[in-house]
Design a binder for this molecule. Structure first.
Ligand SMILES: *[C@@H]1O[C@H](CO)[C@@H](O)[C@H](O)[C@H]1NC(C)=O
Ligand SMILES: *[C@@H]1O[C@H](CO)[C@@H](O)[C@H](O)[C@H]1NC(C)=O
Ligand SMILES: *[C@@H]1O[C@H](CO)[C@@H](O)[C@H](O)[C@H]1NC(C)=O
Ligand SMILES: *[C@@H]1O[C@H](CO)[C@@H](O)[C@H](O)[C@H]1NC(C)=O
Ligand SMILES: *[C@@H]1O[C@H](CO)[C@@H](O)[C@H](O)[C@H]1NC(C)=O
Ligand SMILES: *[C@@H]1O[C@H](CO)[C@@H](O)[C@H](O)[C@H]1NC(C)=O
Ligand SMILES: *[C@@H]1O[C@H](CO)[C@@H](O)[C@H](O)[C@H]1NC(C)=O
Ligand SMILES: CC(=O)N[C@H]1CO[C@H](CO)[C@@H](O)[C@@H]1O
Length: 241
């Protein structure tokens, strides 16, 4: 059963947390993260991978007294874009601050669909974002691979999901993603191709939005997708000094 939850301004989403660690969740009244438009260009300078999203990171860390706390920050709109566009695999890395990043890798499967292959999040336990950390200044990378097939979309289209989706990346990171539109293959120019919209989005938002104020308030349920393989990822957690 999904608990009843409330609305996020402008997108109005219901968060139904299916995660075991539901207590570390995204509060429905969290401020919406800024939505950034990120473009990766191929070697000729043509856009080859488009991503728009608002992303909130929640990172669990240990304090000196052996308790845990959650650091929260958002993906800056001006994050630096890098990556590779391939015919069968495409990767985009968004880097920000010093030592912070988000990387997502997509695969083209059989020239018919694409789907996400893996995602990783790098961070540094910077005292400003991670106050009283037991190991301040240390870096970590969390990797999430072989989860359920997410963002499955016909090749040539873009995947669109305005609703809040929550993803586990490894054992310490949760991503809250809103206003997601992504096209890692077959990009034609600066604009997304026709969108394939996620089932979580209520039908009445599947229209061009002219004016955010005119979006009707909706009470719907959105499944929270939790791509989680915690046990395996605990072994794949890299900590560096
Ligand atoms: C991102 O792109 C959308 C659609 O083209 C546009 O409406 C929006 O203003 C852009 N946002 C930024 C921060 O450039
Ligand atoms: C990609 O190319 C577009 C113009 O085609 C440019 O506006 C944009 O800054 C480029 N992006 C990067 C990351 O170089
Ligand atoms: C934290 O845990 C370590 C190892 O389990 C222990 O040695 C230490 O005394 C603990 N510190 C506190 C403040 O509880
Ligand atoms: C992107 O890189 C530039 C140049 O290294 C840097 O000044 C800027 O702060 C970076 N952007 C973010 C969000 O960290
Ligand atoms: C991401 O951040 C981690 C931790 O700071 C770092 O080790 C890694 O090299 C970064 N990856 C990219 C692609 O920038
Ligand atoms: C891309 O979208 C913008 C507005 O979002 C529009 O003005 C422009 O004509 C589009 N470009 C193409 C090639 O469709
Ligand atoms: C949403 O549901 C709540 C409680 O179920 C109700 O009070 C509220 O009026 C509903 N809002 C809309 C816009 O339907
Ligand atoms: C236990 C586990 O999932 N290990 C994986 C860690 O990552 C490497 C490389 O991505 C995989 O080959 C291991 O299977």
């Amino acid at each position: 059963m999904c608990p009843k939850m409330s609305l996020i301004p402008t997108i109005l989403t219901v968060l139904c947390v299916l995660s075991v660690r539901a207590s570390v969740g995204f509060a429905a009244d969290d401020p919406a993260p800024p939505v950034g438009n990120f473009t990766l260009n191929d070697t000729k300078g043509n856009p080859c991978f488009l991503l728009s999203a608002g992303v909130t990171f929640q990172v669990e860390y240990e304090l000196k007294d052996n308790t845990t706390r959650t650091a929260t920050y958002v993906l800056p709109r001006n994050s630096n874009v890098s990556g590779v566009c391939g015919e069968y695999e495409a990767a985009m890395s968004l880097s920000f601050f010093k030592g912070f990043n988000l990387t997502i890798i997509f695969q083209n499967r059989n020239d018919r669909i694409f789907a996400i292959a893996s995602a990783s999040v790098g961070y540094v336990r910077d005292p400003k974002l991670f106050p009283n950390a037991a190991s301040p200044g240390t870096a970590a990378i969390e990797v999430q691979a072989d989860g359920p097939t997410l963002f499955k979309t016909a090749l040539g289209k873009s995947y669109l999901c305005k609703s809040l989706q929550v993803f586990d990346i490894g054992s310490t990171v949760k991503l809250g993603v809103v206003q997601l539109q992504v096209q890692p293959f077959k990009v034609k120019g600066m604009n997304f191709s026709e969108a394939s919209e996620c089932p979580q989005d209520p039908p009445s938002t599947k229209m061009p939005i002219q004016d955010a104020k005119t979006i009707p308030a909706l009470n719907t349920t959105a499944d929270t997708i939790v791509a989680s393989k915690r046990k395996e990822n605990a072994e794949n957690l890299t900590t560096m000094n």
